[in-house]
Design a protein around this ligand. Structure first.
Ligand SMILES: [Fe+2]
Ligand SMILES: [Fe+2]
Length: 189
């Protein structure tokens, strides 16, 4: 599917606000690709599609899981806030016909992160948080780090924030986020 058709599909799948968030992520990811020497076309594509599964109806979630034999772990099951990235990676592969593994993985791991992330995965993960529409308290700190050449530090800060947040709110932590955090912590020591 070409970019124009993917965009048309996204307009059908997402509310206006989410389409504009996705465009912001794509443009932010392109800007970061210039700073960190990543492929701008892949960054743009991954950015616009990353939330494609965020607004699926429950029945659609079921359909995709059955159709593509998608495995969701116990934290992702019945939790679209986590599973939209996994399901989105299958939509990217089978509906948008994207073959690039790195683009697909950037969608797949944009909510939790994982250990040993590729540059593109890191860019999409952080662009999702710092795009210009994001107003949460730590966004500005993350922007300064990311645009200041400290991508790994920005990611580590974000993983730490997430882990602190879920503890403070007595929520479950996804083990991939812990792995992502520990991996980066060891790398940046
Ligand atoms: Fe998302
Ligand atoms: Fe997003």
């Amino acid at each position: 599917m070409n970019l124009e058709n993917i965009k048309k599909r996204l307009d059908e799948m997402l509310p206006k606000g989410r389409v504009s968030h996705s465009l912001n992520v794509a443009n932010c990811a392109v800007r970061l690709s210039e700073i960190y020497n990543c492929d701008k076309d892949k960054a743009y594509l991954a950015g616009i599609i990353h939330d494609c599964a965020k607004y699926l109806e429950l029945s659609e979630v079921e359909d995709y899981i059955n159709k593509y034999e998608i495995y969701l772990d116990e934290l992702e099951e019945d939790n679209l806030a986590l599973s939209h990235s996994i399901i989105g990676s299958y939509i990217a592969t089978y509906e948008f016909e994207i073959e690039d593994e790195d683009v697909i993985n950037s969608v797949k791991y944009h909510t939790t992160g994982r250990e040993n992330m590729s540059l593109l995965e890191k860019i999409i993960y952080i662009a999702d948080l710092i795009e210009e529409g994001r107003k949460f308290p730590q966004a500005e700190t993350l922007r300064k780090l990311t645009y200041g050449g400290e991508l790994d530090k920005a990611l580590l800060t974000s993983f730490n924030n997430t882990i602190k947040f879920v503890i403070d709110n007595e929520q479950l932590i996804h083990p991939r986020t812990v792995s992502a955090r520990n991996y980066l912590m060891k790398e940046t020591l």
